[in-house]
Design a protein around this ligand. Structure first.
Ligand SMILES: Cc1cc2nc3c(=O)[nH]c(=O)nc-3n(C[C@H](O)[C@H](O)[C@H](O)COP(=O)(O)OP(=O)(O)OC[C@H]3O[C@@H](n4cnc5c(N)ncnc54)[C@H](O)[C@@H]3O)c2cc1C
Length: 320
């Protein structure tokens, strides 16, 4: 049995389901002892959901600074000390944008091995599978020594209920808050609508959409499907979509149940961000587009005709 700390991010007591999936991945058929690690004052508010997904200990980490979110170095230092205090064998987080930043800081402070974008983790053998070289390959790594710092690919682990009775512990980290790096403001992305990294269904558009206004075609379909709207980098670079919507190597990593790529060529960099989608549907007017070699279902046609037709056809089905 290993003791696994899971870095939980919450907002006002709300926890994203990708983090609950990380708890499931850490628990590994109830073999491991799972510590949910969170900053701030919402441990009690989060207790019910964390223990439902298998946390046995909930550690509320306190730093001398009342707002640790503004001080990434202090957060990383506090996490590293909490790992020592609770003799954790590994720290597992979600490899999203904020998780990657924090996990890398902790690994550097502890001189510990860091593996991000994990697809499978076996804590007993230390064997980890991860997406490699923009998703072109899957690497199988064996980790030696402990502790390990691991970031699981968002949405790759389903959240599975495994009720426990969780104890809340408070850990006051004896750290000096360095003010070398201070986050003064976080601006909400202008994407609007659901976040692609959390969505179960995503409809994404590429450069051929041609304008921000034309993304309305996808938004209308997204409403019918209950989907989030994503974009390729070419669409984002052209100013047709917000960066928060970008899927791929330099955008967000997604693993929805259904990914619909509309006018997206299927570049390796785009594929890197969505290849773990359960079902991929491509709509493209070039029969030789690379995406047709990587999808489960291909629709050969003009997206400006196919997507509105899909919206019209699915509307009545959904309303039933
Ligand atoms: C370091 C690096 C990082 C990158 N990171 C990312 C990333 O994170 N995400 C990302 O997406 N890209 C990324 N890219 C860019 C990537 O290489 C591609 O250039 C980009 O994904 C192409 O976008 P696209 O498919 O929208 O456009 P295009 O390459 O222009 O392809 C458009 C596709 O739509 C089809 N089409 C045209 N008109 C229609 C129509 N009316 N109906 C249906 N189909 C139509 C075409 O046949 C074509 O297949 C990165 C590149 C580099 C070098």
């Amino acid at each position: 049995m290993a003791r696994i700390g899971v870095l939980i991010e919450e907002k006002g007591g709300e926890i994203k389901k990708t983090h609950l999936g990380a708890l499931t991945a850490a628990r590994q058929d109830a073999v491991n002892e799972v510590y949910a690690l969170l900053f701030g004052d919402h441990a009690e508010a989060c207790r019910e959901v964390l223990q439902r997904y298998g946390a046995e200990k909930i550690v509320a980490i306190k730093t001398p600074e009342p707002n640790p979110a503004s001080f990434p170095e202090a957060r990383a230092g506090a996490l590293g000390l909490a790992m020592d205090a609770f003799r954790l064998d590994a720290l597992l987080g979600v490899a999203d944008q904020s998780g990657k930043d924090m996990l890398a800081r902790v690994a550097s402070l502890k001189g510990a091995p860091l593996v991000l974008d994990c697809l499978e983790i076996d804590f007993s053998s230390g064997i980890v599978k991860k997406s490699h070289f923009s998703g072109r390959t899957t690497a199988t790594l064996r980790l030696n020594g402990r502790p390990w710092i691991l970031g699981i690919r968002p949405n790759i682990a389903p959240e599975i209920v495994h009720p426990r009775k969780a104890e809340i512990l408070t850990y006051k980290a004896p750290i000096q808050v360095s003010k070398r790096l201070v986050i003064r403001e976080i601006k909400q992305g202008e994407a609007g609508g659901p976040d692609v990294s959390e969505a179960e269904i995503i409809i994404s558009g590429g450069h051929p959409l041609g304008s921000a206004e034309n993304f309305t075609i996808l938004r209308d379909c997204a409403v019918v499907l209950g989907a989030a709207v994503g974009a390729s980098r070419a669409a984002v670079d052209a100013g047709f979509a917000a960066h928060a919507m970008q899927v791929g190597q330099t955008g967000k990593t997604v693993s929805p149940r259904l990914y619909i790529a509309c006018g997206i060529s299927g570049s390796v960099q785009h594929f890197a961000g969505m290849k773990t989608s359960k079902i991929i549907v491509a709509i493209n007017n070039d029969a030789d587009a690379p995406i047709f070699g990587k999808c489960d279902y291909g629709l050969f046609g003009d997206l400006f005709e196919v997507v509105p037709a899909l919206t019209r056809a699915l509307g009545p089905v959904r309303s039933k």
